[in-house]
Every structure is written in structure tokens, then in C-alpha cells.
Design a protein around this ligand. Structure first.
Ligand SMILES: C[S@@+](CC[C@H](N)C(=O)[O-])C[C@H]1O[C@@H](n2cnc3c(N)ncnc32)[C@H](O)[C@@H]1O
Length: 235
């Protein structure tokens, strides 16, 4: 009998992550919003909590005047775990999907949630927020058809000096043509002395993304799926 994890992965592979273009991916998220958290839970992904832990560890101040931006906030899982880990400041979220944002609003942990499909040069209200944030986070946003790696310099501009960028990328053969340009953007910002690397947390989950490897819902020869959490500091 097919397991819940297998059903979730199969759905992601065959119904959600099938487009290269951002416009299409947003409509898929609108349809997925209701089941998103159940599916993420089924595959055992804990990246939201781990990323919240990294951000909280690096955040210089945590008081009512601290400002954190959760880019591609989705249903608000990162916001939920930041609050659970004691974040007491102001939390803003941005996402392109109305339905994902509705779920985030229900969590009542964000002071501001904005609908905006982000692309380099088209960042909506964020263009007025240079040097505003103590941290900008983006979990599960840097993958094909989602956020362009060229957004990294724009994200760095939003930070106060000493503020932190915390974002994730899956490390797998099928994602390297996306993760490597992201690494180049970061390296370039380091070379320009705009940001410096504080930490890269190399975590992994027992998820085999290749649905072809499953037999009767159970993965054979399941390999751990590495995800890296990058943490950079604005100089
Ligand atoms: C994998 S989910 C991650 C959500 C959340 N950060 C989490 O970890 O659960 C990706 C989210 O990015 C949003 N998204 C994808 N591309 C986008 C873009 N270019 N601009 C704004 N939102 C986008 C989708 O609507 C979706 O909510």
C-alpha cells in the first residue's frame, strides 16, 4: 500500500513542480495550499524549524523593534517556528500565492503579509525598504521556477549593517543548475565586501525525491536528501 510520504512526493513531482515559469508555479501553490503542510509533514521535512534555529542564533537583537522579513513565506511555517523559538519582534511576510498567504494569516504571527510575485527588478514595496531589516529569510524559495538567484543582491540591500540573510537550497543533481548560480551570486557579494559568510548548516532528511525509486510506496535504497542552510551577514 502506498505510504502518505510517497503520495505527497508523487503529487509534488507530477502536479506541483512541473513548470519552469514562476507564473505557473504560483497557480499550483494556490491549489496546493490546503494540503501543503500535511504533505510537508508527511515527507518529514523539518527545514523550517532548523532555519528558524539558525536565524535566532545569529540575530543580534530580539526585541519589539527588531524587523525580520520572511520572503516566500508560504503558509507561514517559518514564522510559526520563529515565534516558537522566542522571536518577539516584527515579522513581515511576502508571497505570490493568495491561498498560501491566507494560511499564513491564520497563524497570526505576522504583522504584515503582502502578495507580490518577486523577480529581480520587480520587488514591489520592498524597493522602499533598503537597510530596514535585521534579517531576511527565504526557506524553500530558491529552486527552479521560484525565486531567481539574482534576487540575492536585492535581498542583501534590504538588510541593516550587521543584519543576516538566512536561506536554504537543496543539494541534489537535479537542483545543481540552480544552486550553483545561487552560490556564485553569494560569492560575488562576498568579493564586493557586501556580505560575509557566518555559517552553512548542512542538514539532510530521509526523503528520496525520485518517485521512480519507490516500490509499493516504500523507497528502495533511500538516500538522505541534503539541504543547506546558508547564513550571511551584511558588512
Ligand atoms: C516551497 S514553498 C516555501 C514556503 C515557506 N517558505 C515554507 O518553507 O514552507 C514556496 C513558496 O514560494 C512562493 N513563490 C514561488 N515563486 C515565487 C515568486 N517568484 N515570488 C513570490 N512568491 C513565490 C509560492 O507561492 C510558495 O508559497
Amino acid at each position: 500500500m502506498a505510504t502518505r510520504a510517497y503520495e505527497a512526493l508523487k503529487k509534488m513531482k507530477t502536479e506541483i513542480f512541473i513548470h519552469k515559469e514562476s507564473t505557473n508555479i504560483i497557480s499550483n501553490y494556490n491549489k496546493w495550499a490546503e494540503e501543503y503542510e500535511k504533505d510537508i509533514d508527511a515527507i518529514g521535512y523539518k527545514i523550517h524549524d532548523e532555519s528558524a534555529e539558525v536565524l535566532m542564533r545569529h540575530l543580534k537583537e530580539n526585541n519589539r523593534d527588531t524587523n525580520v522579513l520572511d520572503l516566500l513565506s508560504g503558509t507561514g511555517l517559518v514564522g510559526h517556528y520563529l515565534r516558537k523559538r522566542g522571536y518577539s519582534g516584527i515579522l513581515h511576510g511576502i508571497d505570490g500565492s493568495t491561498e498560501m498567504l491566507k494560511k499564513a494569516k491564520d497563524k497570526d504571527v505576522y504583522q504584515e503579509l503582502q502578495k507580490q510575485q518577486l523577480e529581480p527588478g520587480n520587488i514591489g514595496i520592498l524597493k522602499d525598504r533598503e537597510g530596514y531589516y535585521d534579517a531576511v529569510t527565504c526557506v524553500g524559495g530558491f529552486l527552479r521556477g521560484h525565486l531567481d538567484p539574482k534576487m540575492l543582491p536585492e535581498m542583501a540591500k534590504l538588510l541593516k549593517d550587521g543584519g543576516h540573510l538566512v536561506y536554504t537550497a537543496r543539494v541534489s543533481v537535479d537542483n545543481e543548475d540552480y544552486r550553483l548560480p545561487l552560490e556564485s551570486e553569494a560569492k560575488n557579494l562576498v568579493k564586493l565586501k557586501i556580505i560575509d559568510n557566518d555559517e552553512i548548516v548542512k542538514t539532510s532528511y530521509d526523503v528520496d525525491w525520485n518517485v521512480e525509486n519507490y516500490n509499493d510506496g516504500e523507497a528502495e535504497n533511500r538516500d538522505p536528501s541534503p539541504v543547506w542552510i546558508y547564513c550571511y551577514r551584511k558588512i
